[in-house]
Design a protein around this ligand. Structure first.
Ligand code: CA
Length: 229
């Protein structure tokens, strides 16, 4: 059984491009041209991943996200036009999982879909990981230890929590707001400077070259992403 992907996009060219790319990669693609049609297909076809254009003829993408999130956790990847940073943040905070900025390459799209599909697998849900390895970095969640190569890295409790949240959402962008909420709590969601400082500290401790991070990536104006490839 091929994974089903629902594409909600009114631009014919982009639909044609994505159809060709995804079908050759072994996905079943279903398509909607409007938000309303997309919502109906999401309910009737139960796709594994939803790709959502923000500028739809009948409704805003964010409305589609809000309506979907009333009843489903299916990963939603936004397809947005350039220069919509604020939109991206609002849409991610409304419950979307990730975004791609047009024009994007097939490789990038497939990588995001793989991350989304991994999240969608029910076996992973609710079962805490004991150990996570990424390149030369290793996180032992049971003992709360972090290693870089053979060396143990000493993280403060906040740094550890921040890393753990990024690992939990690995491969996808996590907004400033989400990070502040998950690490510090809901009353800190407007306190961005803290976050920047802790990310810099984490990079200093984990990256080979903290000024050119390989793992802890900045998504300008949006948040951070832990690179997994
Ligand atoms: Ca559009």
């Amino acid at each position: 059984m091929n994974p089903i992907i629902l594409l909600i996009e009114d631009d014919f060219q982009i639909r044609r491009f994505l159809r060709a790319s995804l079908v050759t990669q072994g996905f079943d693609l279903i398509e909607a041209e409007t938000g309303r049609e997309g919502l109906a297909l999401a309910a009737s076809q139960v796709p594994e991943v939803i790709l959502l254009d923000l500028g739809l003829p009948d409704m805003e993408g964010i409305e589609v996200i809000k309506q979907l999130r009333l009843w489903t956790n299916t990963p939603i990847i936004i397809l947005s036009a350039r220069g919509q940073e604020r939109d991206k943040v609002a849409n991610l905070d409304a419950g979307a999982d990730d975004y791609l900025t047009k024009p994007f390459g097939v490789g990038e799209l497939l990588a995001r879909i793989r991350v989304a599909l991994r999240k969608a697998m029910p076996a992973e849900e609710g079962k805490p990981e004991a150990m996570y390895a990424l390149g030369n970095i290793k996180v032992d969640f049971e003992r709360r230890l972090v290693f870089r190569g053979p060396e143990e890295v000493h993280l403060t409790p906040i740094e550890y929590k921040l890393l753990a949240v990024l690992v939990k959402h690995r491969g996808k962008v996590v907004t400033h707001r989400q990070l502040l909420k998950e690490v510090w709590g809901p009353s800190y969601i407007e306190q961005n400077p803290y976050l920047r400082i802790f990310i810099l500290n984490l990079r200093r401790k984990l990256e080979d070259d903290p000024t050119r991070p390989h793992y802890l990536l900045t998504e300008p104006g949006v948040g951070y992403r832990l690179r997994v490839d």
